[in-house]
Ligand binder design. Structure first.
Ligand code: GDP
Length: 534
């Protein structure tokens, strides 16, 4: 390996930052994404991403949308540059298409941005995604949005994050007023006030007006009462808050907090700059060969998402691969760790990116979309050089469950083949009742869309029509104590015992409240919300 390639890799890693946004629907993820792209110069007028999304939401038939190739493919990763950084924003599916993919995307991310609506504070989907980030100890940057509207007290929001998520906070900036009286934010690091100007919809980038704290014009610009309130709040913050600690931030134990208003662009660039200062660059990853540094010169990566093309005329699939080490070049051949096969990597899908170059080469921290010749499954490693296998992506607790019925016995074989292949690919989790007489598979998914996809593909690819018979559970917990512990526990009310694809016992439970109860009553079961693959 030449020294040149090493320098090339080092430079690529130093300049790359990758992140995913975690939020609850309506917090403003689409708006923030768009504004980040605007500042990154990847789009010139806000509104284009939104228009595409709105179109997507409005379409009742999701399958039809997928047939118009490219829509969700282009939004899987958004690449843009800012200053000297190459930024990859991994888009986490949300809303009605919330699925296991949303969690899996976080396995490919190095940082997370937790977006919160100032009026609502923490919401359920954010909490779930936060837990997945914590499993990986991802650094989490908090952006509290919609300050131009009445919201909750800033101190109260910080307190909620600390109490409920068990994570320390460091407010990098602090709001001056809120809602109608929102006047800007105070940058605690630079000791400057950024003044908010109400703009129509912030479709273009704009420069903030900045004044230093000691500047005599402050009283001219700021409402007197708000100025005194700010001084008071800053004093409280200085007293109670922990010091800024980058190490804790990188370990996901402290979150830098920013306030702003994505819709009016306010605070977005300030956030982006700080994020780039503090975010983790692509780091080493655990593998069968120990931790592998991103500058390891051979190409390696793993599959974190598969997307089937719903058009029966084009049955290709796209495998999204996170590049971990080395340099990807179009048409290179690699080894596929699980099967030992050699695979040629053509890269047909255009991801949302600037410049042509990024289509043909990729570096650690980047995501590539590969034409999947049917060999890839979620979590698969591809590599060159010595054999390396990255840790797989775990199974996450499904939230909806349904028997899948095949009403036509003559289709038994196709039905079996279909569900086995879809399960292997990671489209859905398949479980079976522990009761031997119930042979029908149970589909277990994180979102309704996964069911629709499975039924659609069974019909189109395997020619089997199926029916669903929903089950009344909303949580699955793997039983760490195994079958033995389950037997000792005896009959547990309001639950159903099933086994996953690897014959491990899983308890389906009605709701979170019941989970807490069972954890208290049967500690030996050792309930777990995720399980390794296989
Ligand atoms: P997503 O569901 O998280 O992608 O949220 P969207 O970006 O679609 O935003 C949801 C709604 O909140 C839209 O009507 C946005 O215009 C609005 N919104 C987003 N950011 C802000 C903001 O900073 N201030 C106000 N007032 N509204 C916002």
């Amino acid at each position: 390996m030449s020294a040149e390639i090493l320098i090339e890799l080092e430079n690529a890693v130093e300049s790359r930052r990758n992140f995913a946004i975690i939020s609850h629907p309506d917090a403003g993820k689409t708006t923030l994404t768009e504004k980040l792209l605007l500042y990154g110069g990847a789009i010139h007028e806000a509104g284009s991403v939104k228009a595409r999304r709105a179109q997507r939401k409005a379409t009742s038939d999701w399958m039809e949308m997928e047939q118009q190739r490219g829509i969700s493919i282009t939004s899987t990763v958004l690449q843009f540059s800012y200053d000297d950084f190459q930024i990859n924003l991994l888009d986490t599916p949300g809303h009605q298409d919330f699925s296991e993919d949303t969690y899996r995307t976080l396995a490919a991310a190095d940082n997370a941005v937790m977006l919160i609506d100032a009026a609502k504070g923490l919401e359920p989907q954010t909490r779930k995604l936060f837990e997945v980030c914590q499993m990986r100890s991802l650094p989490i940057f908090t952006f509290i949005n919609k300050l131009d509207r009445p919201g909750r007290e800033a101190l109260e929001l910080l307190d909620e994050i600390e109490q409920e998520l068990g994570m320390k906070t460091y407010a990098v900036n602090w709001p001056v007023g809120m809602g109608d009286r929102f006047q800007g934010v105070f940058d605690r690091v630079k000791k400057q006030i950024h003044l908010f100007e109400r703009r129509a919809h912030g479709s273009k980038t704009a420069q903030d007006t900045v004044i230093d704290l000691g500047d005599s014009r402050i009283e001219e610009f700021l409402d007197q009462e708000l100025y005194y309130q700010l001084k008071e709040e800053l004093e409280i913050l200085d007293e109670i808050a922990e010091d800024f600690d980058l190490e804790q931030i990188h370990a996901g134990k402290m979150t830098p907090v920013f306030f702003g208003s994505a819709m009016t662009n306010f605070g977005v660039e300030l956030f982006l700059k700080s994020f780039l200062d503090y975010a983790l660059k692509p780091e080493g990853r655990n593998s069968s060969e120990g931790e592998i540094e991103p500058t390891y010169p051979e190409f390696t990566g793993f599959v974190f998402k598969l997307q089937a093309n719903m058009d029966p005329k084009h049955r290709d699939r796209v495998a999204f691969v996170r590049v971990c080490t080395g340099k990807f070049e179009k048409d290179m051949t690699v080894k596929h760790a699980r099967t030992g096969k050699t695979v040629r990597l053509s890269r047909p899908q255009k991801l949302f990116a600037q410049g042509r170059e990024s289509l043909d080469v990729a570096y650690p921290g980047d995501v590539i979309g590969l034409n999947n010749p049917g060999v890839f499954a979620i979590g698969d490693t591809i590599y060159n050089g010595k054999k390396i296998e990255y840790e797989g992506i775990p199974c996450f607790s499904p939230e909806i469950f349904s028997y899948l019925k095949n009403p036509n016995p003559s289709k038994f074989k196709q039905f079996q083949k279909g569900i086995t292949e879809l399960q292997e690919e990671g489209a859905v989790q398949i479980m079976y009742s522990a009761d031997e007489f119930k042979r029908e598979p149970i589909l277990a998914a994180v979102g309704q869309l996964q069911f629709e996809v499975v039924q659609f593909r069974l019909k189109n690819e395997y020619n089997v029509e199926t029916n669903l018979e929903p089950l009344p559970y909303s949580v699955a917990r793997w039983i760490g104590g195994g079958w033995e512990a389950l037997e000792k526990a005896g009959r547990i009310f309001n639950t159903m015992t099933v086994k996953d694809s690897w014959n491990r016992p899983v308890l389906l439970i009605k709701n979170q409240w019941n989970v807490a109860q069972i954890v208290g009553d049967y500690p030996d079961l050792n309930l777990k919300s995720t399980a390794p693959v296989g």
